[in-house]
Design a protein around this ligand. Structure first.
Ligand SMILES: O=C(O)CCC(=O)C(=O)O
Length: 426
């Protein structure tokens, strides 16, 4: 047991990070590294209290979801059935209607619930059961998989810690690792418990890779017509020119040039003051597409038409976000959706996210040439995925420095600082 040096509140015992930080002249006693260890408190530590401007509109996710559900004028995230692209029996008319529904959702919302995606419900249940069983382990057992972002080890079990003196933290712990291409995934970093974690996650990654291709094809047709289903995936992947090397080396080269599927399980513990905290702060994903499953507990909100809309539980569907890479390739016709994760008092929320990204250095992201015209100039300068990520982090850093300066000047605005795993750059 220790007391927070800033707010004087008693905190819980738990895993303690060996990094007491200095704020002003006072040495602040360290907080437990894992948010899970804080969920029994009656009040949250000051580090988790969000700035006043961000707090407006936060609240208990259950309460907000109910309010939203009862508001019949509230907009609803579209549900789109893509089964016409999975079975051989669909008509051209059904396919055209599907392309138009996906196009409209990606353009107007940048997010949709996908039904008819072909991933078996039983596999999604196994994935959820395996992730939930990992997070049900005692914290010290999960620490065996701890990551170390400061040392460049992003994969593993972690929490969004603030590294600046006055930054806020987010109310979540997570597990993060690459899931595809299989040849690049380091299975040694994947939990050994429960025993189904590796097979279920592996199978889900493989099926999500197929789904990524299907959706990219539909989205390409939405931009360029039925004959151009290959455009977006081609633009996201550089095919190997190299013929040298043995079969193993050639496979390795192909893996290096394929889309990367990064997997993140978000674990949002119960929160005694959800109106003050946030699970994941508002951000767009840097990926091309992101795929989200959750455990039925509300929390995800997306910005649409200037208001935050709470995602509903649509059993059997997968939530798909358009990310920055797709917004760039589509020259802004598809919208990279701003979203955030709220928390609640009563139930743990878990979400499973797959971020489909281009290789970091070998692909240059730029608007597809067919979408650049005299009256519609390119809205984005060419950049590799890594350059895009770095410049987003740089801008975020600048904003934080600006906020810190305002705080020093007496405005009292808090700021946040820790580069997250690459795929969830805020
Ligand atoms: O938990 C969710 O539904 C969204 C999580 C998210 O946005 C992220 O991990 O980047």
């Amino acid at each position: 047991m220790y007391k927070c040096g800033r707010c004087g509140r008693a905190a819980v015992t738990g895993q303690v990070v060996p990094d007491g930080r200095t704020v002003g002249l006072a040495r602040v006693p360290v907080l437990p590294a894992r948010v899970e260890a804080l969920s029994g408190l009656s009040a949250i530590p000051l580090e988790y209290v969000r700035p006043a401007d961000e707090r407006a509109g936060l609240g208990d996710a259950f309460h907000l979801a109910r309010t939203h559900a009862n508001d019949h004028t509230a907009p609803r995230i579209p549900v789109v059935d893509i089964s016409p692209f999975l079975g051989a029996t669909s008509s051209q008319q059904q396919r055209d209607a599907c392309v138009e529904a996906v196009r409209a959702a990606a353009a107007d919302w940048g997010v949709m619930h996908i039904a008819g995606h072909g991933i078996p419900a039983e596999l999604m249940d196994r994935l959820r059961a395996a992730g939930a069983a990992f997070f049900a382990l005692p914290i010290q057992d999960k620490e065996a998989y701890a990551n170390d972002p400061a040392a460049g080890r992003l994969q593993g079990y972690g929490s969004r810690l603030a590294t600046n003196a006055s930054g806020q933290r987010e109310w979540e712990d997570y597990l993060f690792h690459l899931v595809q291409p299989d040849g690049l995934a380091d299975h040694a970093l994947w939990p050994a418990h429960p025993p189904d974690y590796v097979p279920a996650t592996h199978d889900f990654g493989r099926r999500t890779r197929e789904l990524t291709s299907t959706l990219l094809a539909i989205l390409s047709m939405g931009l360029l017509g039925p004959d151009r289903g290959d455009a977006l995936e081609k633009a996201l992947i550089t095919h190997s020119q190299a013929e040298a090397g043995d079969e193993h080396e050639q496979k390795q080269q192909q893996d290096d040039l394929d889309l990367l599927l990064q997997f993140k399980i978000n674990y949002y513990p119960r929160c005694p003051q959800p109106e003050l905290a946030i699970g994941v702060e508002a951000h767009t994903d840097v990926s091309a597409l992101s795929f989200i499953l959750h455990n039925g507990v509300p929390g995800l909100q997306v910005l649409h038409g200037g208001r935050w809309v709470t995602a509903r539980d649509e059993p059997g569907t997968i939530i798909v976000h358009v990310g920055d890479a797709l917004e760039i390739l589509s020259n802004g016709r598809y919208t990279s959706v701003l979203h955030r994760g709220l928390v609640n008092r009563d139930a743990v929320r878990i979400s499973w996210v797959v971020f489909a990204e281009p290789p970091p250095d070998t692909v240059v992201l730029r608007p597809l040439p067919e979408l650049v015209m005299a009256d519609q100039p390119a809205r984005f300068t060419p950049r590799t995925f890594k350059q895009h990520l770095d410049s987003k982090l740089f801008k975020k850093k600048q904003q934080e420095q600006q906020k810190a300066k305002e705080e020093e000047d007496g405005n009292g605005v808090h700021h946040h600082d820790e580069p997250p795993p690459q795929t969830q750059t805020h």
